[in-house]
Design a protein around this ligand. Structure first.
Ligand SMILES: Nc1ncnc2c1ncn2[C@@H]1O[C@H](COP(=O)(O)OP(=O)(O)O)[C@@H](O)[C@H]1O
Ligand SMILES: [Mg+2]
Length: 376
């Protein structure tokens, strides 16, 4: 196994953190609103914890991201954490977990607060993509309290779309699983769709050009790759599980996994031969995003083609679903592991090794507790 992991496995006390439940007694002072949709991801956190256990990490505990977190970490004597939470309530909630851990001085597998917030706020991510010259569908943001026909927004819409007609996609800036995603054929119907997403989320809304082509996903993480427990280091980020989502006849927006769970019928792994050019395009985008944002853990990119076949980035999921594949249920990011000669446990070790390696080499002052273990 990777030397760092060998050295640390007897000593690491890892808290695997899932989303809290704001209505639970003692979870928060005042339950407010979650502009994302409520989901704790506790079952996936348990899958991650189980894999860590199988890999020789004996001290692993699950805990919720809520007001009790600091106390629970202290009681468990945690010296490391794995964030598998989308937040519990409030705005930019994907940044709350890493922010607390930064404050507590507990290193973690997860994005730093800034990247967590940017990746989970599609409009900010898209502004950054535009700045980097990376392709993303044209868009306009309508903040909560604004209307698409209101001052400022109307002019911006005109500048972006001209007199262009639809179709458009209207969706939350922070969402998941295609929830509240509307396909709107005509300009005149945008206002009602924007109002519906505002009402559902009390947050900003994106109006994007609809791309009608094929849709793809690709996973990206750091350059250390563990196969069968054996590490290799690449000279670039590791891109894996490139696949095309399978749409049914008449399906134009990928149906929510809450409605149709992800099974092998919902995607097709890209073929090394026939799909080589598309795969190269996905990898180029994956590497560019990972590098430009200085990402510190895995993302899954959702990418769609336009009528001309050109690829555009819809979003980067900061917490790709790491469900352990079983009973015919799959997750998009683990779907292609076989082709990489990797198991689920190899992926979990890969994410852990990349993070520890990044922290020790690029953020040494942030991990005095880990350095002490290594030098101890
Ligand atoms: N601009 C777009 N053009 C075409 N389809 C889109 C567009 N934006 C979103 N979609 C569809 O909606 C789905 C969900 O959108 P996405 O941006 O990935 O948000 P999330 O997965 O967080 O709900 C996508 O998988 C895709 O099928
Ligand atoms: Mg998506």
């Amino acid at each position: 196994m990777f030397n760092l992991l060998d050295l640390l496995s007897p000593h690491l006390r890892i808290a695997v953190i899932f989303g809290g439940t704001r209505h639970k007694e003692g979870a928060v002072i005042t339950p407010t609103h979650n502009p994302r949709s409520d989901k704790t991801y506790e079952a996936v956190a348990a899958d991650i914890a189980a894999a860590l256990g199988r890999c020789g990490f004996a001290h692993v505990e699950l805990m919720p991201e809520d007001m009790t977190l600091g106390e629970r970490l202290r009681r468990f004597n945690a010296n490391f954490a794995w964030l598998n939470s989308g937040g519990t309530q409030g705005y930019a909630s994907s940044a709350h977990g890493p922010s607390l851990l930064e404050l507590f001085g507990i290193p973690y597998v997860g994005h730093n607060p800034l990247n967590a917030a940017v990746l989970d706020n599609k409009h900010m991510f898209k502004y950054a993509l535009q700045g980097l010259g990376l392709p993303t569908p044209r868009f306009v943001v309508v903040h909560f309290g604004e209307s698409i026909d209101g001052p400022g927004v109307r002019e911006h819409f005109q500048a972006v779309f001209g007199d262009g007609s639809g179709p458009f996609v209207v969706k939350p800036v922070s969402g998941r699983a295609s929830l509240h995603v509307h396909l709107v054929e005509q300009r005149k119907d945008l206002s009602a769709a924007v109002a519906a997403v505002h009402a559902a989320t009390e947050n900003s809304v994106l109006v994007e050009a609809f791309l009608s082509g094929r849709e793809y996903c690709i996973g990206v993480c750091g350059p250390l790759v563990i196969r069968g427990g054996v590490p290799t280091r690449q000279d670039r980020p590791f891109c894996f599980s490139a696949l095309e989502r399978t749409f049914e006849a008449g399906e134009r927006i990928f149906t929510s996994m809450d409605v149709k769970p992800i099974s092998s019928a919902r995607f097709r792994l890209l073929d090394d031969g026939a799909d080589a050019e598309i795969a190269r395009g996905l990898v180029a985008i994956g590497e560019a995003i990972y590098t430009a944002f200085n990402l510190e853990t895995a993302v899954r990119l959702d990418i769609r083609a336009g009528t001309n076949g050109n690829l555009s980035v819809l979003e980067a999921n900061p917490k790709p679903d790491l469900k352990f594949p079983k009973d015919g249920q799959a997750s998009l990011i683990t779907a292609g592991l076989d082709r990489q000669a990797m198991s689920y446990d190899d992926l979990i070790l890969t994410l852990l090794a990349n993070r520890l390696d990044f922290l020790v080499t690029r953020r040494p002052s942030g991990v005095p507790n880990i350095l002490r273990l290594l030098n101890g």
